[in-house]
Structures are given as C-alpha cells and as structure tokens.
Design a protein around this ligand. Structure first.
Ligand code: URA
Length: 285
C-alpha cells in the first residue's frame, strides 16, 4: 500500500478508536491539538529508518529515576520475594504464583491472571489489576479496557506479538475495588522477577498505579503521563526507558483524553524506532 495512504489510514483508525464522528472542527483546547501533519507510524514489517518520527515530535527531556530504597521485607512479602527469586523462568514464576497463598485476593478470584504476549519483545506494558473478563479468562486486558487498548495499539502497528503485558496484581480485587497496599506489596516481588526475566528495554505503564508501584513516584497519572523517564532498577544491566499513559478504563469514561494517549503512543513509537536501531546488545524487533 502507498506509504501516505497507510499513514492516513492509521490516523483515521486512531480517530475512530478515539470516538471521532466527523473530520471538521477545532479541539476546544489548542494545547491538545494533534500535530498538523499526519505522523509516520512504524509498521512491524518495515525497517525503522524509513520513518523519521523524531522529526515530528519536539524533544522531551528524559527524567532519570534512581532505584528506590528497598525496605526490609517481612512476612508474606519476604516469602513472595524468596519464591520469585528462585524461579529460573516465566513458566516457573507463574507456577510459583499459582501456589502462593500469601495474597488474600486469590481466595475471591476465579483464577490467576499472569501475563500475555511475547516475552522476547523489548516492550512491556503493565496495568493495574485484572477485571471480570480477565478473571474469567486468566489473561490481562481482554475485557472492554483491553479491547480499547488493543485498538489503540493497532493504530501504531502493535499487537500482542510485539509486546508482553501484565499487571501489578495477579488476581482480581472483588468488585474491581482499589487494591490495598498489602495486596500490591505481595505481588510486587513476582512482578519484579518477571521483569528481570523478560529484561524489557521499554516499559509502558498503563495507568498511574503501576508507575507509582514500581518507580516509587507519588504524583497522579495526569502529572506522570507523557514524560520519558529512564529507570535503572538493580535487576537490570541497563536503564529501561519508561512512559506512563492513561488507563483505557479512564478513557472509556473520558474519551476526550484519548488525544493525549495518541501523543504518548507517538512517543512510544519514536522510542521503539530508536531501539530497533540499537547498537551492540540491542534486540531489533
Ligand atoms: N485493567 C487492568 O489494569 N488490567 C487488566 O488486565 C484489565 C483491566
């Protein structure tokens, strides 16, 4: 397909996913306007150097995140850490989680919901917690939020063969309530071990909970989103590029905010392009 046409189709698909009903009119807030030119989006099969997204996006200052000070762990959290660290691969980690009794959520959930997608990808997405459909299927982001997320990612050429996706919590909180700090804390060692095994180079935090949990940040998602941050956890030999965006459940309630997620995904594209041309040690995708 002609390159310009492909760009236009990607842009239109995005607009549709964002709920656009016509092609006229100005955004109420000019600061939220999309770029005036249609950006070039990467496609799985194309070499990254054909698409100069960097030229379309103003440079965003990357912020560096120091490793958080690790508190001494006790009780179920310490048990979770010991179990997780003993797992040599993701299969063992999922089995360890399945046998772990230290998270009360497992008693109300239908099943464990661990992860989906391609663990060999340099890109990892992390959400908050399984909802009703995820609880039924045992896979993250397969309900209404997941379908919106999939549609948005498809507009930039990403499907689940191009990223690995998981949550901070591996069991559904009853009625989708906010997880307690203890529930988050007992799942965190498993999440960190999973990331250590996957060794992502880019992490997209889907919603603020995941970013606050892993990066030790305190701000709300509105402040956190849209800024590239370089994260250097002690289990990673190299810094990991991170980006926070709005959770699709929030977008379902506030469709006007989808335009900001579009910007975040353009930044993600740019980062993935830079990564696909990575030098020694890089994993082209
Ligand atoms: N919301 C999340 O954060 N994760 C899911 O898997 C589903 C909904």
């Amino acid at each position: 397909m002609d390159h310009g046409l492909r760009q236009l189709r990607a842009w239109l698909a995005w607009q549709q996913a964002a709920g656009a009903v016509d092609l006229v009119g100005e955004p109420a807030d000019p600061a939220l306007a999309l770029p005036s030119s249609v950006p070039t989006l990467p496609e799985a099969a194309e070499p990254a150097d054909a698409r100069p997204l960097a030229a379309l996006l103003p440079g965003m200052p990357a912020q560096a995140i120091a490793p958080p000070v690790r508190r001494s762990e006790t009780g179920d959290v310490a048990t979770a850490r010991r179990l997780a660290l003993a797992c040599p691969d993701l299969v063992a980690l999922e089995a360890a989680l399945a046998g772990f009794e230290g998270c009360a959520l497992r008693r109300t959930a239908t099943r464990l919901c661990f992860a989906d997608g391609n663990p060999a990808s340099p890109l990892v997405l992390i959400g908050e917690a399984p909802g009703a459909e995820e609880d039924r299927q045992g896979k993250p982001f397969v309900g209404p939020s997941g379908r919106l997320l999939d549609r948005m990612l498809a507009t930039i050429g990403l499907d689940r063969s191009r990223f690995w996706i998981t949550n901070c919590l591996f069991w559904r909180p009853p009625g989708n309530r906010t997880p307690s700090p203890q529930e988050v804390a007992v799942c965190q060692p498993f999440l960190e071990r999973a990331l250590e095994l996957v060794q992502p180079r880019i992490v997209l935090f889907v919603g603020g909970t995941a970013a606050r949990t892993l990066l030790g940040l305190e701000a709300g998602v509105t402040r956190l989103r849209g800024t590239l941050r370089s994260w250097h956890p002690d289990w990673s030999p190299q810094p990991i590029e991170t980006l926070v965006t709005f959770h699709p459940a929030y977008l379902l309630r506030n469709p006007a905010q989808k335009k900001l997620v579009w910007r975040d995904l353009l930044q993600l594209c740019q980062r993935l392009e830079a990564d696909s041309g990575a030098g020694p040690g890089g994993r082209p995708h």
